[in-house]
Design a protein around this ligand. Structure first.
Ligand SMILES: Nc1ncnc2c1ncn2[C@@H]1O[C@H](COP(=O)(O)OP(=O)(O)OP(=O)(O)O)[C@@H](O)[C@H]1O
Length: 479
């Protein structure tokens, strides 16, 4: 067939089968190109691709070009000496400033490597098999990898979705993506720009091993920062810090989930300030098991079910009202002093006071005191930290008065959203799937940070009985 025999839109009949009853098939005409023209077109294409590649990788081009130019100008021996010198410099950097070396050289190099040899290499088949690619008119449309960043345990891949896609459809295929890219887990995180998302691919669980208790006062004795108390580790390897100033904390977890390690972790982080008289910790332990062991650490303590615990809560309310009367109209920002220390009211099992306590009158008083403290205590330096086994509404109805909530291992999937807020479980807060084996799952949980709707996985450091005894000794030294 000649080159101009058909117009591009013309279809020609294709004799497909020998069946005389089958309807004729129509297909575009086949154009036979002169081989020279095919060669020229392919050559131009290759040159355009090469120019694009060079423009996209300026650093590699400068390094390879520079080395080539130097070898040509100075001879290979001198260039080998220069390369060896550069290698020694990098070695010294790694030996003396390992953290900055890893951050500035190790992670970027690893990110580049994984971008090329894991994500770009497997991208097309994984997208197609997980149903995230799109076909139209025999053309394949794929989402685009924009950036890859790595940490010690996690890869983050910034993706430009296909037009019209939303993160929800990616969440439905998160398991396919994890298997496709050889990760233990894949989470979908929202990006700051519409049309983009982050894939968070966890290669290795940074929280698989229990963490020993953090050292007391490691961060300068006199500078306990009440808005950032170190109590464990986040999944990305950074320190998990919890704010107490200006908030109240609810810790929900089934029995044996490790609520105690968060309560004691907070006391431990506060210890230097307690010793300096700037913070007081009041303990309430209805079960007489958790806080009772280290009762000497608390400035005030009660486990008296016949009214003592409620009286302690009411004492906190009275203190709160006195402070409100003094501070009102004078200051809006609380600063802890020896005269007005920051008070942390720690309750091991909130539901005992609000639901399980057999005496109705005590239950009502406890409910009222907790509601008053959680709704008005923040601005006058009173903070309630409460642990809870069962977060259902009928057990505790003041859940929403706790701005900071932590979900440790929970019994049922529905409880996750009750603790962390609507949609948390859909955003990968799988607190109901945390292992009940203490070495693997105790102290592991999910939190929501102030700056992101996506829950973060964390593990509290384990404060052992010996650590608690040492904490009591630390305070006794000062007395
Ligand atoms: N952060 C942790 N890391 C490792 N193991 C832990 C951690 N916290 C607790 N454990 C282990 O898990 C066990 C149960 O912990 P803990 O008693 O604190 O749970 P809990 O949530 O307070 O349970 P309960 O509601 O029954 O009092 C502990 O005996 C300890 O061995």
């Amino acid at each position: 067939m000649g080159l101009r025999k058909n117009a591009p839109s013309d279809n020609v009949m294709v004799p497909a089968t020998a069946d005389p009853f089958e309807s004729p098939k129509w297909a575009p005409p086949i154009w036979h190109m002169p081989p020279a023209l095919v060669l020229v077109v392919n050559l131009v294409r290759a040159l355009v691709r090469l120019a694009g590649f060079l423009a996209r990788h300026p650093i590699a081009v400068v390094i390879v070009g520079g080395l080539g130019g130097l070898t040509y100008a100075l001879g290979w021996r001198l260039v080998a000496v220069l390369a060896a010198f550069a290698a020694v410099c990098l070695g010294c950097w790694a030996a003396y400033w390992w953290d900055s070396f890893v951050r500035l050289v190790g992670y970027p190099a690893r990110a580049r490597w994984r971008h090329l040899f894991v994500y770009r290499r497997h991208w097309q088949p994984v997208m197609v098999m997980s149903g995230l690619a799109f076909y139209r008119n025999a053309r394949e449309y794929l989402p685009v990898i924009k950036r890859v960043a790595v940490t010690a345990t996690t890869d983050r891949v910034l993706v430009k979705m296909l037009s019209g896609q939303a993160p929800g459809i990616w969440r439905d295929h998160a398991e396919n993506l994890a298997h496709g890219f050889g990760a233990a887990l894949c989470r979908i995180r929202t990006a700051s720009r519409p049309g983009y998302l982050w894939l968070e691919l966890v290669r290795r669980d940074a929280l698989a091993e229990p963490l020993p208790a953090l050292p007391v006062g490691a961060e300068d004795d006199h500078a306990v920062d009440l808005s950032s108390l170190p109590i464990g580790r986040r999944e990305d390897g950074s320190t998990w810090r919890l704010r107490l100033l200006g908030t109240h904390v609810l810790i929900a977890g089934a029995t044996g989930a490790g609520k105690g390690s968060i309560l004691w972790g907070l006391v431990r982080a506060l210890l230097p300030a307690v010793r300096a008289g700037l913070v007081q910790v009041w303990g309430i332990d209805p079960k007489r098991m958790e806080l009772a062991f280290g009762r000497d650490v608390f400035n005030r303590y009660s486990d008296d079910a016949s009214g003592g615990m409620v009286e302690l809560l009411e004492a906190a309310v009275t203190e709160m009202q006195k402070r409100a009367a003094r501070f009102g109209g004078v200051t809006r920002t609380f600063i802890a002093t020896a005269a007005d220390p920051f008070i942390v009211v720690m309750v091991d099992e909130l539901a005992f006071l609000t639901a399980y306590c057999p005496e109705r009158d005590l239950r009502k008083r406890a409910d009222a005191a907790l509601a008053t403290l959680t709704s008005q205590g923040r601005s006058v330096g009173i903070c309630v930290v409460g642990a809870l086994q069962d977060p259902r509404k009928d057990v505790i109805n003041i859940r929403n008065l706790f701005p900071t909530r932590i979900a440790l291992r929970l019994d049922e999937a529905e409880q996750v959203d009750m603790v962390l807020g609507d949609g948390a479980r859909d955003r990968s807060a799988l607190a109901d799937q945390i292992s009940p084996i203490p070495e693997v799952g105790a102290g592991v949980g999910y939190i929501r940070l102030e700056d992101s709707p996506d829950p973060v996985r964390v593990r509290a450091a384990f404060v052992s009985d010996t650590d608690i005894a040492a904490m009591a000794g630390y305070l006794a030294e000062a007395a």
